[in-house]
Design a protein. Structure first.
Length: 319
């Protein structure tokens, strides 16, 4: 959002704060020096949604409201389909009602399932192995049908690879509640002494060092990808799926070493068995984003680790 505001877009936030803290808004105001318009509402509250879209004269929507924990989605599928799929239907109804037709949707590389080939391009077949992934896939397909139904829809699905890092101010970043599911927040908490060790899930994958390989992308690059998508949408009707990744894969061990270097802390590790549902390697072919959006990731692994560590140290003093 800071990137959008700095680019001159007047932004209004709609959030139910179920997985975030309202104090983020005042921190965003500190970063941008602007007052942020914010409405506390659930995406499924169509009345609130329509009122917000009308009141603020919204012209474009970036839809990032979704649940994303794979394990939780297996035990709480109704919650996941309700929030992710029903939430999107509610948003589309509200957009239709108010005549808004430009939408950027946060999708995920999870829609590629187990890769048949690498790097993953957008033509790779899609599939899902859990309710979270299936909810993203359902939404993408729903959006494609919507875009086919009338020529005025402009929709881009951004397929994120593995977002990491934090804003350079160290005022905003990822704040997992409870035990982090994902690698980088967990590593940061081990470096900070909050958790005793990192469990490395599997050491026998067919990768150079036996640990899982992923395409980690800096959140600031991701944010700039959204800005590029918004600009692209203006004169491109229809539906597009576009990868947001770097094209480079790093193993768990490479991530740990990079984080040790950035933080100056040792990260104790313990190799355990594979995590159910994990794949060996996943990284993007980012050419389509370059071609259509004139966007590519600029920030490297060192910046990803340094900003994560700065945020990890700063966040405890923030309220
Ligand atoms: C996970 C989800 C993916 C989702 C993404 C959201 C699974 C199987 N996949 O991706 O669907 O879109 O988060 O950001 O949950 N690792 C460890 N120890 C840990 C944590 C992770 O060794 O404590 C390893 C994993 O085995 C993997 C790599 O680190 O090789 C990255 O894991 P993670 O950050 O959870 O991301 P994904 O599994 O790629």
């Amino acid at each position: 959002m800071a990137v959008l505001i700095e680019a001159g877009f007047p932004v209004v936030v709609l959030d139910n704060f179920s997985n975030s803290d309202p104090s983020v808004i005042s921190r965003l105001e500190r970063i941008t020096g602007k007052t942020i318009r914010c409405v506390r509402a659930d995406l499924r509250d169509r009345v609130a949604l329509i009122a917000t879209l009308k009141a603020h004269g919204v012209t474009d929507v970036i839809h990032l409201a979704g649940l994303k924990a794979v394990g939780e989605s297996v035990s709480q599928p109704i919650q996941y389909y309700g929030c992710n799929v029903q939430g999107t239907i509610s948003l589309l109804e509200a957009m239709q009602e108010t005549g808004i037709s430009r939408l950027v949707f946060s999708s995920s590389a999870t829609v590629y399932g187990d890769p048949h080939y690498l790097p993953l391009d957008e033509a790779h077949p899609t599939s899902a192995t859990n309710p979270y992934g299936r909810s993203k896939l359902h939404i993408e397909e729903m959006l494609r049908d919507v875009a086919r139904s009338a020529p005025d829809w402009h929709i881009v699905c951004l397929r994120y690879f593995n977002p990491v890092g934090a804003h350079p101010s160290a005022l905003i970043g990822e704040e997992p509640s409870g035990i982090p599911n994902n690698l980088m927040p967990f590593v940061a908490q081990v470096a900070a002494g909050i958790r005793p060790e990192l469990q490395i899930f599997g050491g026998d994958y067919p990768t150079p060092d036996g640990t899982g390989v992923r395409d980690y992308i800096h959140v600031m690059d991701l944010a700039e990808g959204h800005l590029a998508a918004l600009r692209y949408l203006v004169d491109h009707p229809g539906w597009e799926a576009i990868n947001l990744g770097t094209g480079v894969g790093y193993s768990v061990l490479e991530m740990v070493s990079a984080f040790e270097a950035a933080s100056g802390r040792a990260i104790p590790c313990n190799r355990v068995s594979r995590r159910a549902g994990d794949i060996a390697s996943c990284y993007a072919n980012p050419e389509r984003a370059q071609r259509l959006l004139n966007w590519h990731a600029k920030r490297g692994l060192e910046d990803m680790c340094r900003s994560t560590w700065a945020w990890q140290q700063e966040r405890r003093s923030l309220s």
